[in-house]
Design a protein around this ligand. Structure first.
Ligand SMILES: [Zn+2]
Ligand SMILES: [Zn+2]
Length: 202
């Protein structure tokens, strides 16, 4: 894997909103997991992502990178965030039930967390205000680092996660008239309501 440069598409930075090293690391984590499973980016809900990061910490931008490369997104509903405060993912191929866990190596992560970029972020400097001289080498390093230096990759294991079936059934809320999907609506005194309206009534 040496001397291979993994390009991070410009649209991924646009989606994320700024340039930083953590989003590209997440992008690569997704690529590494997909390669291990022998799958491609999910065009629909072929894959399921369980991310251990969050709720709010340095390098949490990682998740946007993973979503970008795997196609597992909150809109499709095939992402779950565990809020363990760890930059690690489990990616599941929903067809074969095969899964792999990819986690950041502590040595690589420590270096990143001790970087000037993170020190400036700690002082609340906006990522866009951090000089390219500081930021660019970090991103270039993520692009060219051997994946075994960045990640620990598990053996393949079985995961039986089930995606909830999406509904096409909907109602007009009897109070606010807005459309609410069946699997999230409430029935109060025989009337269908959205949850906010139901909460105000109970
Ligand atoms: Zn970021
Ligand atoms: Zn309502």
């Amino acid at each position: 894997m040496k001397n291979i440069i993994v390009e991070i598409p410009e649209w991924a930075y646009e989606f994320h909103g700024h340039k930083c090293p953590a989003m590209p690391i997440g992008y690569r984590a997704g690529l590494t997991a997909m390669a291990k499973l022998g799958v491609e980016k999910a065009s629909n809900k072929e894959l399921y992502l369980i991310c251990e990061n969050g709720p709010a910490h340095a390098a949490a931008c990682f998740l946007d990178g993973v979503m970008s490369s795997t196609g597992c997104t909150y809109g499709k509903g095939n992402v779950e965030k565990l809020n363990y405060g760890k930059n690690a993912i489990t990616l599941v191929d929903l067809k074969t039930k095969k899964a792999v866990r990819v986690s950041m190596r502590p040595e690589f992560f420590e270096k990143a967390l001790n970087s000037e970029f993170v020190q400036l972020r700690k002082q609340n400097v906006h990522p866009n205000d951090i000089k390219p001289e500081i930021l660019t080498p970090l991103i270039e390093n993520v692009k060219k680092a051997d994946e075994n230096m960045i990640f620990t990759v598990s053996e393949i294991f079985e995961n039986n996660v089930q995606l909830p079936k999406g509904t096409f059934d909907w109602h007009n809320c009897s109070k606010c008239n807005e459309i609410v999907f069946d699997n999230a609506s409430k029935i109060i005194d025989g009337k269908v309501m959205c949850q906010p309206c139901a909460a105000k009534i109970i």
